[in-house]
Design a protein around this ligand. Structure first.
Ligand code: GCW
Length: 682
């Protein structure tokens, strides 16, 4: 049925273990929630609906003295305790943090510093029941590692979604906002349930129609949507067009240092806040892929961002300024220009010159969400500037939600990456959260993978990426396998076979996808424009400067200081030395950093060419096994979900063969070196 996939991980399966259900029922017999507000109402509704679905009965309303669950803001009832900055074991409790406590025979207490924290406590409590935990005694204290936990939509007002693979926009249709907001409300619930607290609803490529989102005629609609999100603790942001003063305001310039321009933005900000008092701020893609920006006026990106920041500052808004700035027109003969260098080259010199309410949003890798990239050296490269790490949930280069690719392990590698910015142990996740350099604003942002498909994400298992991003934005230390297992339990229930099979499939899927696509970190062997399917030379003969430089001798991009673009020097030592050295560079990134002959021996002991053949033959076989493993779950997962995923696994198995054959034949013909095992290469 429609609902099966629609509810995602909030399906609230009935608890089947009877003794457990009885113990839950006793613990959840009645509830008191002092206070009234839209956010508290949401928390109340979630608890009541969730418990009813799982236990058969919702808790009865009661007074705080008698209730078995007491939930609310610290101090709003004596049983909730006083406002507190630390929880169990001295854990810092920030504005979104919460505690869940229960001592023997006492009530269950869900308490937080803010109403939003209470909502998060409610979802966490429900999750304990969803995952079959004991709630006899509870002492949970939790606080998010990141202040900003954000989703970016690339939705256009005509209803299309740039790089969207799950239907049309849930916000816009035919140039207007959708009329009914119930789906947006359901979306807000999903965001809040994993602790996400910010959303930008329109594409960073802001075209004519979306430029008008900050105009008076559309702001009432923006406000309606913001109201829906606010009830779930989510702040709304808009992507803005840097040239809006010209295109919307009729000014002659958008020069950030022109006082008239600054005044225009200040006035715009004031107007926006009249409609949306807690408006989050602006997301800006400037001077990137033909979008306008401060470069047009000979200004730099600090000039550009600060002017907008000053307009928002009086109202508490922030500017999320993207660092995806590069020269996208590079001649193939030019071996010095390097797109990977660009973000660092542009922004590092400006470190310390951005206002406190600016955060630079940096893609996890220096190129563009490839299957495998190193971590951007800008994370941890700047010490005096707020940073956000940008991830891509939508699977632009990772199978477009037709292939299975659970991205949490990839994100974990980026988050756990040691930047060495302040010596060993300087994790990229802490550069992003702000903890590394004591910044006030920090966090994670990610490009959404949802659309109006009945199951939100097209591939039913792609919901795990949406869920996983939320979990990591809250707690970057969470483990990929734990996240997978809890998502499966909440989505499909507690069948051990389903948990085992699906978690193995998820956890291996990134590796499988990597093995049959572009090898050893070189990336980009896709069709230009739509970015799907194998096309080894798709970018090699285009002007975007994303070459792999394969010729009859070898392949790879020389990014060393010694003989290449010098990109490796953007990292701190010893990271930089490791990438610079041909022998120390990790195999999986070899072709990202070095140009080598096909006969070069990897650390694994294989030659590059034999590695390409082996990984592609194995990868295609493993893709076919995914289908067989999924088939073993027929009857154990909902029928609609089974079918939707099966269709995709059939395609993936076929498409993986196409990848295998195209890549293998290409390198066989370039190198002239046959496969050591004599397998079929066309
Ligand atoms: O990955 C590229 C995409 C573009 C996108 C751009 C960006 C929104 O192919 O579609 O534009 O990145 O991140 O700005």
């Amino acid at each position: 049925t429609y609902e099966e996939g629609y509810a995602c991980w909030l399906r609230y399966h009935a608890v089947e273990d009877e003794p457990l259900r009885q113990s839950y029922l006793r613990a959840c017999a009645s509830i008191a929630m002092p206070g009234a507000s839209t956010v508290l109402d949401a928390a109340r509704r979630e608890l009541s609906d969730g418990l009813r679905a799982m236990l058969g009965t919702a808790p009865a309303p009661a007074s705080a003295e008698d209730a078995s669950i007491v939930a609310g803001v610290f101090g709003s009832d004596p049983r909730l305790g006083a406002k507190s900055l630390t929880g169990a074991e001295g854990v810092r409790l920030d504005e979104d943090g919460f505690v869940i406590r229960r001592s023997i025979d006492g009530p269950i207490v869900l308490a937080a510093n803010t109403e939003r924290g209470v909502l998060y406590a409610a979802f966490r409590f429900l999750k304990l029941l969803q995952t079959g935990a004991s709630i006899e005694r509870l002492d949970v204290t939790d606080s998010p590692a990141n202040r900003l936990r954000m989703i970016n939509h690339w939705d256009n007002m005509d209803g299309s979604i740039e790089r969207g693979y799950a239907g049309r926009s849930i916000f816009f249709r035919d140039g207007r906002f959708v009329e009914h907001l119930s789906r947006i409300r359901d979306y807000a619930r999903l965001l809040a349930s994993v602790g996400l607290n910010a959303v930008s609803i329109n594409n960073v490529n802001v075209h004519a129609a979306e430029t008008r989102l900050i105009a008076e005629d559309l702001l009432p609609d923006v406000a309606r949507v913001a109201d829906v999100f606010r009830a779930y603790g989510v702040r709304l942001f808009l992507s803005v067009n840097y040239a809006a003063p010209i295109e919307l305001g009729g000014l002659a310039t958008a020069d950030p240092l022109d006082p008239e321009v600054a005044e225009w933005w200040a006035e715009r900000a004031e107007t926006i806040y009249r409609y949306v008092p807690d408006f989050g701020g602006f997301v800006v893609k400037a001077d990137s892929e033909f979008r306008p920006g401060p470069f047009t006026y000979g200004r730099n990106h600090a000039d550009g961002a600060n002017m907008l920041a000053d307009a928002l500052a009086p109202h508490g808004g922030i500017v999320v300024w993207r660092c995806f700035v590069y020269n996208c027109l590079q001649d193939w003969r030019d071996r010095k220009t390097d797109r990977a260098r660009a973000a660092y080259d542009h922004f590092k010199p400006l470190d310390g010159r951005f206002r406190d309410n600016v955060a630079l949003q940096i893609k996890n890798g220096p190129m563009d969400f490839q299957v495998r990239e190193p971590v951007s050296p800008l994370l941890g490269g700047m010490t005096n500037t707020n940073q956000l790490m940008e991830l891509q949930i939508t699977q632009e280069y990772t199978g477009q939600q037709r292939h299975l690719c659970y991205l949490v392990p990839q994100w974990k590698e980026a988050l756990d990456f040691d930047t060495y910015a302040r010596g060993e142990g300087s994790l990229a996740s802490e550069a992003a959260s702000g903890a590394l350099f004591d910044r006030l604003i920090g966090g994670l942002a990610a490009v959404s993978n949802i659309g109006d498909d009945p199951n939100w994400t097209g591939h039913p298992l792609a919901q795990a990426n949406f869920y996983g991003f939320g979990r990591l934005a809250w707690d970057p230390r969470a483990a990929a396998d734990d996240i997978a297992r809890e998502w499966i339990r909440m989505t499909f229930g507690g069948d051990p076979q389903v948990i085992r099979v699906v978690s193995d499939m998820l956890l291996q899927s990134w590796d499988i996808y990597e093995s049959y696509t572009a090898p050893l970190g070189v990336g980009w062997m896709v069709n230009p424009n739509h970015h799907y399917g194998p096309n080894v030379d798709g970018y090699e003969y285009a002007k975007w400067g994303t070459y792999h430089f394969a010729d009859r001798q070898g392949i790879g991009v020389d990014r060393t200081v010694a003989s290449g673009t010098g990109y490796t020097s953007q990292y701190h030592s010893p990271r930089s030395d490791r990438y610079e050295s041909l022998s120390a560079c990790p195999d999986e990134l070899l072709l990202f950093f070095h140009h080598v002959p096909y006969t070069h021996l990897l650390a694994s002991g294989k030659s590059v060419i034999q590695h390409i053949y082996d990984s592609h033959f194995e990868g295609a076989d493993r893709a076919a096994e995914l289908l067989a493993r999924w088939d073993s779950l027929q009857g154990a997962v909902p029928e609609a979900t089974f079918r939707e995923a099966r269709e995709r696994f059939v395609h993936q198995a076929e498409h993986a063969k196409e990848w295998r054959d195209q890549i293998n034949t290409y390198f066989y013909r370039k190198s002239g070196i046959p496969d050591a095992h004599g397998r079929t290469i066309y």
